[in-house]
Design a protein around this ligand. Structure first.
Ligand SMILES: [Zn+2]
Length: 275
C-alpha cells in the first residue's frame, strides 16, 4: 500500500499526498453508470472477475490514494478541463457546422477537432495510459505498458507540467512533445449507453483503453503504426487532432462484445495460472 509520504509517481519530487485521484478522467468515464440520480452502477473488466458469478460492479470511476502530489493532480485537471468540452460535445459542434465530419467508409467517419490545442489533447491521452500503467488498483494491476513507453509518457507529461492555463499554453508553444501515435474512437450512437465498459485489457503495441464511449489506442513509435488500419485515422504528427467515429454496430462488435470476450479469455488464462 502506498503512503502519503511516498514520492509522487509523476514528478518524483513532492510527497504523494493527494487522495481520490481518478485514474481515468471523470468526465468521460462515468456515463456508462447511468443517469445522475438513478442508482449508478457499471461494470469494470480486468480479466479476472469476468468468470465469477457476479462481475465486479462499480459506482464511480476508479480512484486511488497517494499516487500524485497536489500539484501534479492540479496539472492533470488542467489537461482534463481543456479537453472535456471537445470530447463531450463534438456532435453538437458537427450539428452546428463548426466541425467537419468526413465519411471514409460506410462504418467510419473522421472528425477534425478544433480544440483544445492538439498537444494538450495528446498530453491528456498520454496521461490516461500512464495513470493506468502506474495504478495498483486491482482493476489495473495486470496492465503494464512497455517500460520505455511508460517512462516516455511520464517524462513528456512532466516536461509540460503547468499549474495555470497561461503556463500550459506557453509550454505548448515553446516545447516539443515526443510523438507516440495515438487514435481515439467513438460512435455516433450507441445501442445501449449503459452497456459500455471501462476496460484496460491490452497493454501491447498498440495498447488500448476502453473508457465508456471512447476507445484509445497508443503505438510506441511511428513505424509501429505503418500498415495498421488506423494509420490514416490516427494522430501521428504534432498537429493531428482527429477522432474516428464508427457505426453503432462496429462499436458494439469492437468495443463492447470483443472486450467482454477478451476479458473472459484472460480470466480463463488467469484461472489456469492459479490452479
Ligand atoms: Zn508530483
Amino acid at each position: 500500500m502506498r503512503k502519503a509520504t511516498d514520492d509522487c509517481l509523476l514528478c518524483r519530487v513532492n510527497a504523494a499526498g493527494k487522495t481520490n485521484s481518478h485514474i481515468l478522467p471523470r468526465f468521460i468515464s462515468t456515463g456508462f453508470l447511468g443517469a445522475k440520480g438513478s442508482p449508478r452502477k457499471g461494470y469494470l473488466l480486468n480479466g479476472e472477475n469476468e468468470l465469477t458469478a457476479k462481475p465486479k460492479t462499480v459506482q464511480d470511476s476508479p480512484k486511488e490514494n497517494y499516487i500524485l502530489c497536489e500539484e501534479c493532480e492540479a496539472y492533470l485537471s488542467l489537461l482534463e478541463t481543456a479537453s472535456a468540452a471537445s470530447l463531450k460535445f463534438w456532435q453538437d459542434k458537427v450539428a452546428k457546422g463548426d466541425l467537419k465530419i468526413i465519411s471514409v467508409h460506410p462504418h467510419l467517419k473522421l472528425v477534425q477537432l478544433d480544440s483544445p490545442d492538439p498537444v494538450i489533447m495528446r498530453l491528456l491521452v498520454y496521461s490516461m495510459f500512464w495513470r493506468v500503467d502506474i495504478s495498483s488498483l486491482e482493476s489495473f494491476n495486470d496492465y503494464k505498458l512497455d517500460p520505455d513507453l511508460a517512462e516516455s509518457l511520464r517524462v513528456s507529461l512532466l516536461e509540460f507540467k503547468a499549474l495555470t492555463n497561461a503556463d500550459l499554453q506557453a509550454n505548448v508553444k515553446a516545447k516539443q512533445l515526443t510523438m507516440h501515435p495515438y487514435a481515439t474512437m467513438t460512435a455516433g450512437a450507441f445501442k445501449d449507453e449503459t452497456k459500455n465498459v471501462l476496460a484496460a485489457i491490452n497493454p501491447g503495441n498498440p495498447a488500448s483503453l476502453h473508457v465508456d464511449k471512447f476507445g484509445f489506442y497508443i503505438f510506441k513509435a511511428e513505424k509501429d503504426i505503418a500498415g495498421n488500419f488506423m494509420a490514416n485515422f490516427s494522430n501521428v504528427k504534432p498537429g493531428d487532432n482527429q477522432i474516428m467515429v464508427v457505426s453503432e454496430q462496429l462499436w458494439y462488435d469492437v468495443m463492447v462484445k470483443r472486450p467482454l470476450e477478451m476479458a473472459a479469455e484472460q480470466a480463463k488464462r488467469n484461472l489456469v495460472k492459479k490452479s
